[in-house]
Design a protein around this ligand. Structure first.
Ligand SMILES: Nc1ncnc2c1ncn2[C@@H]1O[C@H](COP(=O)(O)OP(=O)(O)OP(=O)(O)O)[C@@H](O)[C@H]1O
Length: 598
């Protein structure tokens, strides 16, 4: 594979998820500069040291030329001078090693500090974003930014500046030295570069268009793989595995053909261009040139040696410079994503925070839209009295979950207000708000740790007896005692219904006066549904409870049942009142009863 295409493949690999389009390149570079700012002075210091180190690396070349001068001089060899020159060689190598090592140590420490700063900034930012943001952004995507993208910056901060400084200063210093000896030597050292540059430019013709094609082809392969893997169960069950595999094969073959068509004509050119800056060719051209220069009487043989030695440095720096550009692009793309994460809008925090008078919840003409144009809730007004259970029912997509998440401020209303004890939830600081309101949502998240740790999330200072009492009330104690390590079992595997009872135990321990339960029985089998129901009745005592349930039987005894339809309250009342009304609730009830009798 040619170096250009290989770099292209690397770029394409990152491009599928990361490389910004050309118009975003400037924004990416700005993001990179901004993120690096906390350590920029240290990077500059390291670059200065690397520059001096690169110049020190030239001392041995000059010293070797001097040595040749001494050895080729007629008459006896001046031993003292030879020893002095040898010391210069050693000193040059030593100082270079020391300074470059020091520069790299500075950039590595800077990188460690920068990573810590960025991770702290991410944590600080994410702790202020609305909880709803986490439902819309997968933890995998956040982890990718927090880990991979910060790691992508590592190479740039820890290596790139030092490597690039050396790659620029070393040849420039060398050429300056050659100019000082004889300008023709400097010209000779870069003699093959114009041919290399021309061949490279020829190879790069249409590079961006080809890269776009390559990204598309990569994208096709990726979606064929994702399609195949994510739907493997269905695909196999319906005997379509061969067909699904064929679509991957077609995408892979098309990519292979495109790549071969692009790369094949470049291979010869690539071979020639890399030969032009390879050490043997550069050395040979320089050697032939300097012999001619010596014969012309323009330079001495010792100067000829210096010319060849410096010319040999050029190829390594050209390669380093061209790969350095790609490193910078990858880091800039990572910086752009990090910038995006750090710019995530945070929830406005009330200052000073107000305290609710009691745990009565009122929704006053609440409107909400996710996208700013379509209203999911269109003027919902409700009152949830302390010590009562309000059940929210309605067809799928009617806005039940959305409404429930407005109480704990997963999102802020776009119109109207949600109040607890007469205070708008937006006027209550998050810490205070979560002392008043708890929630058990559809997807119960269990964190890495013991069962007790998971329950204790509700109140970290709770004693073991309190954890057991909460688990018992949540109807999950028995199941926990059956685990090999009981409450100390790490990463226990629970069914959906069991996990919900763990979450209920957590909510019981947190002991918040207002509780929101979304689909609390969604995963439950009939047996665990009954257990979850018992746990719920435990929760209801003295609290303001808002429950969303699909199975109407589980909420038939609620104090108030609210039927939501297309974001508005269609009906409200007790089970008996609503049945008597023969409206939507009565129809839903009849349908569910019919289903359960079948
Ligand atoms: N994060 C989101 N971003 C954009 N739209 C959303 C989001 N979550 C829900 N919606 C949309 O809002 C509307 C109401 O959804 P919601 O989940 O609140 O309904 P639901 O009554 O709880 O439905 P279900 O009973 O199926 O859970 C739907 O049209 C849904 O597509």
């Amino acid at each position: 594979m040619t170096a250009v295409a290989e770099r292209g493949t690397e770029a394409a690999n990152s491009a599928r998820t990361s490389t910004p389009p050309a118009r975003e390149a400037r924004r990416a570079a700005e993001a990179l500069a901004e993120l690096r700012r906390p350590v920029s002075w240290r990077i500059r210091l390291a670059m200065a040291l690397a520059a001096v180190g690169a110049l020190a690396a030239l001392v041995p070349f000059a010293a070797l030329a001097e040595l040749a001068e001494l050895l080729l001089a007629p008459g006896p060899v001046d031993r003292d001078a030879v020893v002095t020159v040898a010391w210069f060689v050693v000193a040059g190598i030593g100082i270079r090693g020391l300074l470059i090592g020091l520069a790299l140590a500075i950039t590595h420490f800077a990188d460690v500090d920068l990573q810590a700063v960025l991770r702290r900034r991410i944590v600080r930012r994410l702790s202020g974003v609305p909880l709803g943001w986490f439902s819309e952004n997968s933890s995998g995507a956040v982890r990718k930014v927090a880990q991979n993208d910060i790691a992508d910056l590592h190479h740039l901060v820890a290596h790139h500046s030092v490597d690039m400084t050396t790659a620029v200063v070393l040849p420039l210093g060398g050429l300056g030295y050659l100019c000082w000896l004889d300008w023709r030597l400097a010209l000779l050292a870069v003699g093959t570069l114009p041919f290399f540059a021309a061949a490279y430019a020829w190879m790069m013709r249409g590079y961006h268009e080809k890269m776009a094609e390559m990204n598309t082809a990569h994208g096709r392969i990726s979606s064929a793989v994702v399609e195949f893997v994510s739907g493997i169960g269905v695909v196999k069950a319906f005997g379509r595995a061969r067909r699904a595999h064929e679509s991957y094969q077609r995408a892979a073959e098309a990519y292979g053909r495109f790549f071969a068509d692009w790369v094949r004509p470049m291979l010869r050119l690539e071979a020639i261009s890399s030969m032009l800056i390879s050490a043997p060719v550069v050395g040979l051209v320089s050697a032939l040139g300097v012999v001619w220069f010596v014969n012309q009487g323009w330079i001495t043989p010792a100067e000829a040696l210096a010319g060849v030695l410096v010319a040999l440095v050029i190829p390594t720096t050209v390669t380093a410079l061209s790969f350095g550009g790609e490193d910078r692009r990858v880091a800039a793309a990572a910086a752009l994503r990090l910038r995006g994460l750090l710019d995530t809008p945070v929830l406005p925090v009330a200052s000073p925070s107000r305290k609710p008078a009691d745990h009565r919840v009122t929704l006053d003409d609440v409107r909400f839209s996710y996208d700013g144009s379509t209203d999911v809730l269109r003027g919902v007004s409700l009152e949830l009295r302390p010590g009562t259970v309000t059940a929210l029912v309605g067809p799928s997509g009617s806005g039940k979950s959305t409404l429930a998440t407005l109480l704990p401020r997963f999102h802020d209303v776009t119109g109207g207000a949600v109040r607890i004890g007469g205070v708008d939830v937006r006027d209550i600081a998050p810490d205070e708000l979560y002392r008043w309101i708890g929630f058990v949502l559809q997807d119960v998240a269990l964190v890495h740790g013991t069962v007790a740790d998971n329950i204790r999330l509700g109140r970290p200072d709770a004693g073991h007896d309190e954890v057991v009492a909460a688990a018992t009330a949540a109807q999950i104690h028995q199941r926990i005692t059956e685990l090999p390590g009981g409450y100390d079992t790490v990463d226990a595997q629970f069914s959906g219904g069991e996990a919900q009872r763990i979450a209920i135990a957590r909510a019981l321990l947190a002991d918040t006066p207002v509780l929101v339960l979304d689909e609390a029985t969604a995963f439950a089998d009939p047996e665990s549904e009954a257990a979850v129901q018992d746990a719920l009745s435990e929760l209801a005592a003295g609290r303001t409870l808002l429950v969303i349930a699909h199975r109407l039987r589980t909420i038939a005894s609620a104090d108030q049942i609210v039927v939501l339809d297309c974001g508005v309250v269609a009906e409200r009342g007790t089970h008996t009142e609503l049945l008597a009304g023969h409206g939507r609730y009565a129809a839903l009830w009849a349908a569910q009863e019919e289903d359960s009798n079948e």
